[in-house]
Design a protein around this ligand. Structure first.
Ligand code: ATP
Ligand code: MG
Length: 610
């Protein structure tokens, strides 16, 4: 996927609001874009600068993609820029591995921050100076209460808090203690720096929030230079301001923090402190976080899935992480389209995972080359086909994309078909192969079942049929019709592959919906992964590289896994074919050739074309 060109768009040009998003689709307008329009119209800002501030303590998931899609998307749309700022204020949990993956994931979805990569730790020194300025102005103090005491003193939603006994320390004492905190004279947790606001404030966030805590920890970037670290609320808004961010877009849980975000900036301004070259204040705007059915998005719980080995890793294809989705075969275009369709709102809701899957199918249907792959093989022997003969039959690579061309598929006397495509005793309305029934082998011939081989236990080990040489290509010159088309591969030419069939990782729409005493683990789907050790695929798939995506006709979309190697292929099932498929099969044609849904129309046409 490519980024739209980065030509600056005149933000006041009405056409700007129909500028393209990362997937080349017109951006939908929403309340955030309305606010941005208004800011530009009234001249509050001359340009748009946003930021995405991930905490490098885990992998990004699809919820984060919604957030950075908004941050980068709006910046692009208005010809501005979006900064990537690692929120590395907590040295305990951050790792380089996470930082690297965050960048990979954002780029994969088509966004780029250019030169503008920052770290909250870049600003530690300036923040420290600004904190000293607040101390000098009597707007902050060093507090000796413990974390528990601070919590007790804070009060509740219904009861106001009470002042810390250290609240009225003199300026000199505060400056001295803060300096010694920095020098490492005090153990962890013994002192904090707090803003002096109002312990009776109706908004609990405003009750003298902690700005710094003591943590004798090595930081991945600043090493041992610091043993006091700023809290999110103190660092974040000031960092936005220092970078000249105009719109600081975040999720709804930060709404109650907005008064504090504004208080810090106003208070600093009132004492003459401001970043160089920035003559405006940033505006925080909150939107509803992304929730998806059958999906859990708490980083802590995702980490538990990895640590408890429920999944193989952060990039397990069942994970809602971006790396998991990538590994599974999801496309940036499909994810972008999903995000575009759900839009941006101010109220929490839950989106249907089926919509995400539908967006993927649409994208894969357009771009994924078709192939034949037999997941659960059963031998089919064509009794009247000449021994040793091999024909190369022409198959269409992608009926949705004529430019994708055609390929040759080898055909011979012995083939594999799906076990499911044969029934010795057909149930009612079964139109696939059974004794006496004629079907079409995709791109090949009409064949009629004439018998079976069985083992001692009575299981069918091979099916025998005869073919009609006049039906080469799949149509009968006498106008004879068949009720179904089945896929196949030639036994002599097939390549083996392990197939990993993924299903939803939770059995409940809301993974947190559990009976008393249970937790989300009780909703895990024990059948979320089924491994098929030896599927048989069309020979050209032998050269598939990890990440290559295909439609295995009638079976779904598949992607070569990272574990896949020449001679030891592994494919993930990305997503099944159209949902409607299952309904149509049940109602009209159990197991038959699917009715032309969107993905199948081409197949029908392709059949007729020959
Ligand atoms: P943590 O609990 O570790 O803070 P987090 O998911 O909030 O987890 P961050 O790295 O702080 O992780 O997130 C970066 C940004 O992504 C934040 O601005 C956050 O609001 C946003 N974000 C996180 N989860 C979602 C979600 N489900 N939908 C939309 N945005 C999200
Ligand atoms: Mg967070």
């Amino acid at each position: 996927m490519t980024m739209p060109d980065n030509k600056p768009v005149d933000p006041r040009d009405p056409a700007a609001s129909t500028a393209k998003t990362g997937n080349g689709q017109a951006a939908r307008s929403d309340f955030i874009r309305d606010i941005v329009d208004e800011h530009l119209r009234t001249g509050r800002y001359q340009q748009v600068i946003t930021r995405f501030p991930p905490e490098p303590n885990g992998y990004l998931h699809i919820g984060h993609a919604k957030a950075f899609g908004i941050d980068f998307g709006i910046a692009q749309q208005y010809g501005g820029r979006c900064h990537l700022r690692m929120d590395d204020t907590n040295p305990v949990v951050e790792e380089q591995e996470f930082i690297d993956n965050i960048k990979t994931d954002i780029r994969w979805l088509g966004y780029d921050w250019g030169q503008h990569e920052y770290h909250a730790s870049d600003y530690f020194e300036t923040l420290y100076e600004w904190a000293q300025a607040l101390l000098r102005a009597g707007k902050a103090y060093v507090c000796d209460l413990s974390a528990d005491e601070i919590r007790d003193y804070r009060g509740t939603l219904t009861h106001s808090g009470k002042d810390s006994p250290y609240r009225n320390r003199r300026v000199e004492e505060n400056l001295d203690l803060f300096d010694r905190m920095r020098k490492g004279e005090f153990p962890d947790g013994t002192r904090t720096l707090r803003a002096k606001i109002d312990m009776a404030h109706p908004n609990v966030t405003m009750r003298d929030p902690v700005m710094y805590r003591i943590l004798h920890e090595e930081h991945p970037r600043t090493g041992r230079k610091w043993c006091i670290y700023p809290m999110y609320d103190w660092a974040h808004g000031q960092n936005d301001w220092m970078e000249g961010v105009t719109h600081s877009i975040c999720t709804l849980e930060y709404e109650i923090h907005r008064p504090l975000y504004d208080w810090f900036i106003e208070t600093l301004l009132s004492i003459g402190v401001k970043p160089k070259g920035v003559d405006y204040k940033p505006q925080q705007i909150e939107f509803a976080r992304l929730n998806i059915t059958y999906t859990m998005m708490s980083k802590r719980k995702l980490r538990a899935l990895v640590e408890e080995k429920v999944v193989r890793a952060w990039d397990d294809p069942r994970m809602p992480t971006i790396c998991g989705m990538r590994r599974r075969g999801y496309t940036p275009g499909g994810i972008q389209e999903f995000l575009r369709r759900i839009g941006v709102a101010k109220f929490d809701g839950v989106n249907d995972v089926a919509l995400l899957e539908a967006c993927l199918r649409e994208d894969l249907n357009k771009h994924a080359p078709r192939a034949m792959g037999v997941l659960r093989p059963l031998k089919l022997i064509i009794d009247n086909y000449p021994d040793g003969q091999v024909e190369e039959l022409e198959a269409i690579n992608n009926p949705e994309d004529p430019a994708a061309g055609t390929r040759k598929v080898p055909f011979g006397k012995v083939l594999y078909i799906e076990q499911d495509d044969f029934k010795e005793v057909p149930p009612p309305k079964y139109f696939r192969m059974y004794p006496g029934q004629e079907v079409r082998l995709r791109y090949a011939y009409f064949v009629k079942c004439v018998g079976v081989d069985k083992d001692a236990a009575g299981h069918v080990t091979a099916v025998h049929c005869t073919y009609d040489p006049a039906t080469r290509g799949g149509d009968s010159p006498d106008g004879r019709k068949v009720k179904s088309t089945i896929h196949w591969v030639s036994t002599d030419h097939a390549v083996d592959a392990e197939i990993r069939m993924y299903d939803r990782i939770f059995t409940k729409e809301d993974p947190e919906d559990v009976p008393e005493g249970a937790d989300w683990r009780s909703n895990l789907n024990p059948a979320s992964l089924e491994v098929i050790p030896a599927a048989r695929l069309e020979p050209f798939l032998a050269s598939a590289k990890p990440g290559d995506r295909f439609q295995f006709e009638r079976n779904g979309y598949f992607c070569a896994d990272l574990d896949s190697k020449p001679g030891a292929l592994v494919f993930n099932r990305t997503v099944t074919l159209k949902d409607a498929w299952a309904r149509i099969e049940q109602k009209q044609q159990p197991g038959g050739t699917p009715k032309p849904g969107k993905g199948q129309k081409g197949e029908k046409k392709a059949d007729k074309a020959r």
